[in-house]
Design a protein around this ligand. Sequence first.
Ligand SMILES: [Zn+2]
Length: 322
Amino acid sequence: MTHHVTWDRGISLVGHDLWFDPQTIREVAFVSHAHSDHARRHRHALLTSETLELSPGPRKPRGARLVGLGQTVPLGDARVTLYDAGHMLGSAQVLFEHRGVRLLYTGDIKLRRGWGRPDTAVPKAEVLVLESTYGKPHFRFPDPDSVVETLALFCRRALDANVVPVLLTHALGKAQEVMLALAPYGFEFALEERCVEPARAYERAGASLPPWSELDPQRPGRRVVVAPPSGKDAVRRLPRHRTALVSGWAQEPSFWRLFGADFAFPYSDHCDFDELLAVIDRSGAEKVYTVHGFTEELARHLRKRGVRAHALAASEQLALAL
Ligand SMILES: [Zn+2]
């Protein structure tokens, strides 16, 4: 077989009735995590219970087959196993095994978890379908613990100077992961309205977030404000404040200045370039397909290194990576 997977607004597994993160409604779909670019009202969705809980209401699948991390289930004459992807609560990689061939689809993946926890485990597979959101060599993020430490310092200094620290980040997943990362520092958080329901969903799904309340721009108190980067009306109404974009895009100043952020911290819920290479290495894959973001760039780089690599889809809008 020359192609194991093809792209048609989602990843189609050739010869099988299974799609990975399709962007249109499909009969049988694996949904790697709850970001709305992946969630659709599929007829039968394979996903974790956390992903189902976190998926926005109108995008929940009609039928859900819940699979736990580390669990293997049969699917026709194949079998699938889900592995933690480290990207957000409930995010999963899927290993598809059929007639002795293992295919791993990472979905959005983050390798380095910080706080002394081991890296996200990557199972062995002959074929790898890898996200390439940050698939260009200049995306190299410092170690996550040191970024969180400087982020905490940014918040502490602002609060000490009676300035409101505002962290600009994706409302679902990233906002809660940043709150969890900052939890050891003892901050209280004020959430812009679009971050409120995702925070509740995280708690329903079992996460214990540090103390938070909904943001009242007139009375932010001594709290760290968390808001999505776009549409900052509530942020504009705040008294003296300082904004910081929390994203891998911190590596591209021209990009983060578009959001009018005063600062940027390269803390991401994705792999940086070196981590993507590490995923390939650890999987032991002989053939790599790249999907999302810098697909062509990463595939070209891999081919130069002698890896059989193929870009599945042209670059998508950058917004998906936030
Ligand atoms: Zn994602």
